[in-house]
Design a protein around this ligand. Structure first.
Ligand code: PLP
Length: 383
């Protein structure tokens, strides 16, 4: 019988190899070893030193490549280590177009670290392909896109952008942290590099940091491998195992999180204290149609603006179930105040221009009973 390609929901559970062929261990082993013995001079088991390759990390990297429908996966000690690695592909004088609405830590890395090495950045609204095209310069070497963007949930038309990028010989890098390969696979839409903070939905339990890059191109993979082993910000064996374990439930977790997010965003929209809700699964979201055409789901990230700034303190101080904390994507719901947390590194003028103001909150919806989450926000508002 012809082999049936595995469904995504099966792939996440079974990983790449999935089990240990030597022992039959269903849980892939943690190879907690820094180095590996050589059988003889000029011989290797395929593993020499864990910064270069480690069997647990390799299983995770291959799993991530398979989930993104890519050829090569690379695992790093954090999402920022993955961003750092991809930036090392560029040279002084290169110009990169970046989403103006992005994780503040990425902005800080670009502005405070890479700018002094001569890399130039333009921050533009990447929810509009026309806008991106207008900002292309002769030295533009890459588009660095968060979609949906963080925290304003702007959606970039990945296919249209990649078409432009290919014709101009520009590399497209997509930060796919918010939707994960369960809902969106940018390489299939023409992107060159997919990036993740694995700390978020992939790990899924708010218990470890991780980052990923996935590519299809062999030459690009070689360059990334060289940078990965030279910089050395690799994911440790135990953290690799935590990620493998987290990924097993990615599909069920995200399905439930998305279900909760849709109910919650509708509820938020109907609350008189809330001025505006930003969730790409809402019919009136400007990115709704593009999202539907390029992704199979809308994820579980919601931002919302309260009418009165005094409501912010009341909500953050009185939530009981939802944690007031930075980060996103785990099973526990988290409420973030971007201006003082995730986006504090972004200058006020730029923040205000994109709508990240003192009345904006970001909610990462978890897998709790949605009635409890609604009750929690309601009691905080009405206290
Ligand atoms: C969209 C996005 N990309 C990258 C990062 C950086 O990842 P990490 O915190 O794992 O270094 C974050 C962190 O919040 C993020 O939200």
């Amino acid at each position: 019988m012809k082999e049936k390609p595995k469904d995504f929901q099966t792939k996440v559970v079974h990983g790449f190899k999935g089990f240990d062929p030597c022992t039959g261990s269903v849980s892939f082993p943690i190879y907690q070893s820094a180095t590996f013995r050589h059988p003889a001079l000029n011989e290797t088991t395929g593993y020499d030193y864990s910064r270069l390759q480690n069997p647990t990390r390799e299983e995770l990297e291959n799993t991530m490549a398979s989930l993104e429908n890519g050829k090569w996966g690379f695992a790093f000690s954090s999402g920022m280590a993955a961003v750092t690695t991809v930036l090392q592909l560029f040279n002084p004088g290169d110009h990169i177009i970046v989403s103006d609405d992005l994780y503040g830590g990425t902005y800080r890395l670009f502005e405070e670290i890479y700018k002094k090495y001569g890399i130039q950045f333009s921050y533009v609204d990447t929810g509009s392909t026309k806008n991106i095209i207008e900002n292309i310069k002769t030295n533009t070497k890459a588009f660095f896109i968060e979609t949906p963007s963080n925290p304003m949930m702007k959606v970039c038309d990945i296919k249209a952008l990649c078409k432009v990028a290919k014709s101009e010989n520009i590399m497209t890098i997509i930060d796919n942290t918010f939707l994960t390969p369960y809902f969106q696979r940018p390489l299939e839409l023409g992107a060159d590099v997919v990036l993740h903070s694995g700390t978020k939905y992939l790990g899924g339990h708010n218990d470890t940091l991780a980052g990923f890059l996935v590519v299809n191109n062999d030459e690009l993979a070689e360059k990334i491998r060289l940078i990965q082993k030279s910089i050395g910000a690799v994911l440790a064996p135990f953290d690799s195992w935590l990620l493998l374990r987290g990924i097993k439930t990615l599909a069920v977790r995200l399905s439930k999180q998305q279900e909760n997010a849709l109910i919650l965003s509708n509820w938020l929209q109907s609350n008189k204290e809330i001025e505006r809700v930003y969730y790409i699964g809402l019919l009136d979201h400007e990115g709704y149609e593009i999202s539907k055409s390029q992704a199979t789901g809308f994820g579980a990230m919601i931002s919302f603006m309260v009418r009165n700034v005094s409501m912010i303190e009341r909500i953050l101080n009185n939530l009981k179930i939802i944690a007031f904390a930075e980060s996103l994507g785990g099973v526990e719901s988290l409420m973030t105040y971007p201006i003082i947390q995730t986006h504090s590194a972004i200058p006020e003028k730029m923040r205000e221009a994109i709508g990240v103001n003192e009345r904006l909150l970001r909610l990462s919806v978890g897998i709790e009973a949605v009635e409890d989450l609604i009750y929690d926000i309601e009691q905080a508002i009405n206290l």
